[in-house]
Design a protein around this ligand. Structure first.
Ligand code: F6P
Length: 324
């Protein structure tokens, strides 16, 4: 491998810049060239590259978003699009590709490898933490801190007005953000897709805590949860079936994806970038780098895509006990 290209794809996450920096500097350290690709696979198809050396990535380790921009490319899903992308890489003599993104981006990378036998390596970047093969994806820790900070602020106003708040958090089809932030933010209830509590059980539990002397409550709702899918209907139902609470909804939205990456995400990104480039230099391809038992480990891309992350049952129990 003499020249590596790096791109960020799918929903951005804090720590992507730190990962780009790490890939570029690891290439410089091993004296190989590095190209950045703008706008994920879209830029790959169009040949929208920029040359990156160790100095080009100064001052970005602490920045949210991605300097390379990101996109969810429809064109790369077509054979023609991927052919064009291969041509762009060959024209620039690139012989390895590092993809920073989520499972959709990895699926694209895997198909691309199978079609053109082009070496690819994945770095998991998404706030959702829904990738198999790593205990943490890039951006998850930062998003947790952002959400907890928001919950703390909502709690101030909730308790001043004796209100019940439903706070919707991101996470797509999984409840990792909701569960962790619910515990850290002292939530009364946490609704996640992995566990269907049912509306009646929710109302019963909220009534019980009201009677036990709680004057305000926060319920964290994962965006993918069945009951929470329409959070405003949930609010109406609770309004009609519970007395004594003024109910409000707060949807945190895309602010969860922004902000300076936490120390944890910066260190993780730096480690993942080194591992990704060095694994490629060792001749590996079709893997994702991940954090397992405190170490950088490789997981085959197809397992990373197909595998499911599990919700931590111990955390569920802790959250139940804490809301006593
Ligand atoms: O995958 C990251 C994520 O932020 C999810 O939590 C959320 O469901 C989705 O992306 C939002 O996507 P978009 O940025 O396209 O609105």
């Amino acid at each position: 491998i003499k020249k590596v290209a790096v791109l960020t794809s799918g929903g951005d996450s804090p720590g992507m810049n730190a990962a780009v920096r790490s890939v570029v500097r690891t290439c410089a350290y091993h004296q190989i060239e590095c190209l950045g690709v703008y706008r994920g696979y879209e830029g790959l198809i169009e040949g929208d590259f920029l040359e990156l050396d160790a100095r080009s990535v100064k001052g970005i380790i602490n920045k949210g978003g991605t300097m390379l921009k990101s996109a969810r490319s429809k064109n790369f899903r077509t054979k023609e699009g991927r052919k064009q992308a291969y041509k762009s890489l060959k024209d620039k003599n690139v012989d390895g590709l590092v993809v920073i993104g989520g499972d959709g981006s990895f699926t694209g990378a895997l198909i691309f490898n199978q079609e053109f036998n082009f070496p690819v390596m994945g770095i998991p970047g998404t706030i959702d933490n829904d990738i198999f093969g790593t205990t943490h994806t890039l951006g998850f820790d930062t998003a947790l801190n952002t959400v907890v900070d928001a919950i703390d602020k909502i709690r101030d106003t909730a308790s001043s007005h004796n209100r019940l708040f439903f706070v919707e958090v991101m996470g797509r089809d999984v409840g990792h953000i909701a569960l962790n932030c619910g515990i850290a933010g002292g939530a009364e209830e946490i609704l996640i897709p992995e566990e269907d509590l049912g509306l009646e059980r929710l109302v019963e539990s909220l009534n019980k805590s009201r009677k036990s002397g709680k004057s305000s409550s926060i319920v964290i709702v994962a965006e993918g949860d069945k009951i929470g899918k329409n959070i405003f209907e949930l609010k109406d139902y609770v309004d009609e079936n519970m007395e004594g609470y003024d109910v409000r909804v707060s949807v945190l939205g895309h602010m969860q994806r922004g902000g300076a990456p936490s120390c944890f995400d910066r260190v993780l990104a730096s480690r993942m970038g080194v591992k990704a480039v060095e694994a490629m230099l060792d001749g590996e391809s079709n893997f994702m780098v991940g954090l397992k038992n405190g170490k950088m480990e490789l997981t085959p891309l197809d397992s990373a895509i197909k595998g499911k992350t599990k919700i931590n049952l111990e955390l569920l129990r802790v959250s139940d006990i804490m809301s006593t």
